[in-house]
Write a protein that binds this ligand. Structure first.
Ligand code: ARG
Length: 719
């Protein structure tokens, strides 16, 4: 029960002792953290870690796509990231005839690399904009503060980015709005797929093994960034050349042992280590279980179709993978939060804070205010999850919801004809995308289930007025399932699927035609009910929570003075460095988990033709022949496929480089362990592990399994 209380204090007062916790801003590392890194084994100078004027490790680290990390590993712009980060691009490059997802792909030479819709971002510079923002915000609170913040932030970003499509900038709030930094990025848009292992390697173990150690997944893929001949960022062009990077990571195939130094750079997406007991309770009681229940349902109907044929599998694979990933995460998070009584630990921390805050008017009522805020919002929390994870996660309704903007436009009296034409053109384009991506059968089942579950789970007085009465009036055949009948009619009659109806509507767009559409009617009923009655309560809740969080954090710093610069801010998808060690652990009584898994371990999990545990014939041949090449771990006499470290990372770090004491690449981080799935809200110093694919397995897959030795030859190997 005391665990988090201790962690909370330590992260503020005694960071040195439990240094594996911490996602540090590399430019603000501080002497204390650096000294600790050295103590743990680091052999590099501070300027090799981060330097504005000279090339340093930070220049090899990129934001990969929308939410992952990648690293530059050759002087020709080669990028390593995870298989699950490249997944969408691999699916896009695949067809049933050329199924690169299933069979793997290696470009024979640069001309065979496949362009993608991905972009990557390099960190260009960081400015402290705290004063600028704080002075603009002054004492504003709640909605006024949020509005002003968005305006000031927007101005700052606009000033830096202007109209440059190859620049991006983000203002990131640190310590819950007690500090603000501006991050400026260079955006490169010509990113090509160089190669990937077959899915049976890249996603070996599937969702059964996801978020678990021991683990045998070869979770990597390889891309390349191209620039103009002048080395400038660019969109795809045949004339582009491979990037000549400022810095790239050497790759070590020397191996390592339990206890060796490990360092991870990357872009952790979000943590909330100072979440209150109220937030924990809302997560474990309502938010997480509701999300899990709705995702269970969606996954069930998607999977039923995916296993029927390869085309549907390709169509749904990417979406399925991301829904499944956080379905398991939130289920595990709930279990671990409860198991470790994080709620109780947070309550202890709050009691401790309150005894300090006594007699300080700014702080002494803070938890009463939290209590009031949470009890006002809690009755509506489930409704919000049902909209996001149920109704609007139904593909048809998500698409039909985009017509709400059309409706608003058509309602305007002073609208120009060409504006409507433009909006209709956009809707037609979106419809085309929708129709390519939609799998009707699963979509229809999901809609029927979502509407049915909403009815039984959400309070009657929160439901859209008249919607269910009308539905029950029209679909009450005792022999049949009401919701199935209803959705069958929706799918048969909506213009979303009917070219003639769509043409009639777009030839003469009218509110009447929209209103008559049954898919639009569902979108409108649920979304306007939500927007009018629930969303304002949610916004008020979030704004108040932000005010309280800022105060709580400020109070914690007052309680422990001068510590703002010696602790780390919560993850917020800005560049961080985390340091620790390769390390085995004790997951439960009498059980020890070793720090590595092997090729033999992969082979021992093999199940022929299984959805998750199949293996390519060539893998089995190479394994039988013990054809390990220079990638073998001599001490172990096998290929080490994966390993674990004590580093503090989270989602967004996927694809991050794991480096040794000299900054050489030894692996790619791709997951966290089940025992520490409460890590977003409470770091567990004993159980937290980062799961990494060993770079020697990556190279074995490229060279031996993939026959693409030329890629390995591009790297700077340390042996
Ligand atoms: N859990 C991993 C992460 O969030 C993603 C693993 C993807 N694999 C899978 N079987 N869904 O980084």
């Amino acid at each position: 029960m005391k665990k988090f209380f201790i962690v909370l204090l330590l992260s503020i007062s005694f960071v040195k002792t439990y240094a594996d916790e911490g996602m540090w801003l590399p430019m603000l590392l501080g002497q204390q953290a650096y000294n600790d890194m050295v103590k743990k084994g680091l052999k590099l100078k501070p300027e090799q870690l981060y330097n504005l004027n000279k090339a340093s490790i930070k220049d090899a680290i990129v934001i990969f796509g929308g939410g992952c990390t990648g690293e530059i590993v050759s002087d020709q712009g080669l990028i390593f990231t995870n298989h699950h980060c490249g997944y969408n691009a691999i699916v896009d490059a695949s067809s049933v005839e050329n199924n690169y997802l299933q069979n793997g792909f290696w470009a024979k030479d640069k001309s065979k690399e496949i362009s993608s819709s991905l972009s990557i971002k390099f960190l260009n510079r960081i400015d402290d904009v705290t004063e600028k923002i704080m002075s603009a915000l002054g004492d504003l609170q709640g909605a006024d503060r949020a509005k002003k913040y968005n305006q000031v932030m927007g101005d700052i970003v606009k000033e830096v980015v202007g109209n440059d499509e190859f620049k991006d900038a983000v203002v990131a709030s640190m310590f819950k709005g007690n500090q603000y930094f501006l991050f400026v990025y260079d955006v490169y848009k010509d990113i090509r797929l160089v190669g990937n292992p077959p899915e049976s390697i890249g996603k070996f173990g599937g969702d059964t093994d996801n978020w678990e150690w021991p683990r045998h997944t070869g979770d990597f893929s390889v891309f390349r960034v191209y620039t103009t001949k002048e080395g400038k960022p660019s969109k795809y062009s045949v004339d582009n050349i491979p990037m000549k990077p400022k810095y790239f990571l050497p790759v070590s195939i020397k191996g390592f042992k339990d206890g060796d130094y490990s360092m991870i750079y990357g872009y952790p997406g979000g943590t909330n280590r100072y979440e209150t007991s109220y937030g924990i309770k809302l997560a474990t009681d309502i938010n997480n279980p509701t999300l899990v229940k709705l995702r269970d349902m969606r996954l069930k109907y998607m999977f039923a179709e995916m296993k029927k044929n390869p085309a549907t599998k390709l169509q749904l694979a990417s979406n399925y993978a991301s829904v499944a990933n956080y379905w398991k995460f939130f289920d595990g998070e709930t279990k671990q939060l409860l198991k470790y009584d994080v709620y109780g630990a947070k309550q202890n921390a709050e009691t401790n804070f309150l005894s300090w805050a006594k007699g300080k008017p700014a702080y002494e009522n803070i938890f009463n205010d939290y209590a009031t805020n949470y009890s006002a919002w809690t009755p509506y929390a489930k409704h919000r999850q049902y909209i996001n994870e149920g109704i609007v996660s139904t593909p048809l309704i998500a698409y039909a919801a985009s017509w709400l903007a059309l409706e608003t436009l058509l309602k305007k009296t002073d609208i120009k004809a060409e504006e409507i034409t433009k909006a209709i053109e956009a809707a037609t384009k979106a419809r085309k995308t929708f129709l390519t991506n939609d799998n009707k059968k699963s979509d229809q089942n999901i809609l029927a289930a979502a509407i049915s579950m909403f009815y039984s789970d959400i309070d009657k007085d929160q439901q859209p007025k008249g919607f269910y009465e009308e539905l029950f009036k029209n679909y009450s055949d005792i022999e049949q399932n009401t919701y199935k009948l209803f959705t069958a009619d929706v799918f048969a009659n909506t213009m979303a699927f009917d070219d003639n109806k769509w043409k009639a509507f777009t030839d003469k767009p009218s509110i009447e035609a929209l209103t008559k559409d049954p898919a639009f009617a569902i979108a409108k009923a649920f979304i306007s009910n939500y927007t009018n009655n629930i969303l304002p309560k949610y916004t008020a809740f979030v704004n108040k929570n932000n005010d309280l969080g800022r105060m709580y954090m400020k109070g914690l710093f007052e309680m422990n003075p001068n510590k703002m610069n010696s602790t780390y801010p919560d993850a917020n998808f800005t560049m961080r460095v985390s340091y620790g060690n390769v390390k085995s652990y004790l997951p439960k009584d009498a059980v020890k988990y070793d720090f590595y898994c092997t090729l033999s371990g992969v082979a021992s999990k093999y199940v022929k033709d299984d959805y998750e545990f199949d293996l390519p014939a060539k893998f089995l041949d190479l394994y039988k022949a013990k054809d390990f090449g220079p990638y073998v771990d001599k001490k172990i006499g096998d290929i080490v496929v994966t390993f674990i470290t004590t580093n503090d990372i989270t989602g967004g770090n996927s694809g991050s480089p794991v480096m040794d004491a000299n900054g050489n690449l030894i692996g790619l981080a791709f997951d966290g362990n089940y025992e520490a799935l409460s890590h977003k809200m409470a770091f567990d110093k004993d159980l937290n592990r980062t799961i990494c694919v060993d770079v020697r397995y990556v190279l074995w897959c490229i060279d031996k399994l993939g026959g693409a030795k030329h890629i390995v030859d591009e790297l700077k190997l340390v042996q």
